[in-house]
Design a binder for this molecule. Sequence first.
Ligand code: AMP
Length: 448
Amino acid sequence: MMKRTVKKASPKEDLAAKGKKVKTFSRLRGMRDVLFDEYKYWEVVNKKASDLAKTYGFKRVDTPIIEKMELFERASGKASDIITKEIYSFVDKNGEKVALRAEATPGLVRAYVEHGMSNLPQPVKMFWIGPAFRNDKPQAGRYRQFTQYNLEMFGEAGPVADAQLILVAFNFFRELQVDVQVQINSVGCKDCRKDYLDKLVKYYKDKSRSPKLCLECKKNLTKNPMRLLECKEEKCVTMRAEAPQLVDSLCDPCRDHFVKVLEYLDELGVNYNLEPFLVRGLEYYSRTVFEIWSLDDGSEARQAALGGGGRYDELVEYMGGRPTPACGFGIGLERTILKIKENNIALKEEAQMDVFIAQLGEGPRRRSMVLFEELRRAGFKVGQLFSKDSLKIQLEEATRMSVKFSLILGQKELSDGTILIRDMESGVQEIIDLNKVRVEMGKRLGKE
Ligand code: AMP
């Protein structure tokens, strides 16, 4: 009797038959999937990031994505944009107020203190690559989950540390062929900043100026006057042009430090520009602050900075550690990849396959899978399409992979203990001993 197979309806078909619409899901706003074609870029960028960091003596660390909200409030400042507007925080099922990290530094400083790293030989140099989350308004190059490459150096007060970090950030882009310029400034220390703030507030409180400020700047004038320097409103930008500059108020040690950083950068051929109103929003910076701007972004560069960082000499102590000078930077990898794509920078081709294994029939397929493992362990890059039965389709795949040779195993060869080796260019096929494939491939590919 002939066996009849009855096709069972899928759950979707079942529901459709009952007239119900099946719900599909989409990503959250501002979140991205990285699919096959884009992944090539991630591999290149991640490798460059980690190779470069290691070359300069930085070692990789990872910290949890989620930490106590209090940690972030303490590090970034309760009044910062990150804390007031952007951080994803919630009360977890244990009643604890936690948050997804919006930047790497708070977690890295916590780790430095918690693991007693001040007892290690200083400086402690760490690098970190991972996702960060900010409830930003999504747009090109601005996402709610994005990836940062961070370098931090703890325990080195000298300008050599600032210069080395800036050099790594600059080299990262230069070697990925993205044209950038480092924007640099010094925000001084607590002492020199105090004098500066007095001058700044006086400048803005002038009757001819204060009424013309935007609402946000009016508020910041009493709360956090440095923020006025970063306002993007046109009228505030115009008014800023004549504002006193931080560099003119630096105390002698801060000025000396800044000059030395610039001298190093000159010597190392780093393309930089003095940006007198660059202060970077966070409260924890002292002395050097910098950002990396793309040279082809023109007036948009400030909003679309590729990276930024600076020195934060007070933060470790403020977070409960011993007084420890420190500095660091963060680079956005999505923005870096956008730049590479925009500039059509060619990536190196994928690693070339050495040989392809094609098989015909169940027995040959099993033996081919074992042969694949043998060759792979021997260091060959082997292509395959074990899910297909057709020799034509398999050889087309071999051609697409541009392999020099394909190995073809059919039922007859398997019984004889042989395998066919096909030169993909000439189409010439030879029979060889199945047990000698490894040696034979080694000879033909010059990998003995
Ligand atoms: P920040 O910590 O704000 O200085 O950011 C450092 C770098 O991270 C920026 O220069 C960007 O390249 C990247 N970045 C910051 N926020 C976002 C975001 N919402 N989406 C994508 N990249 C971001």
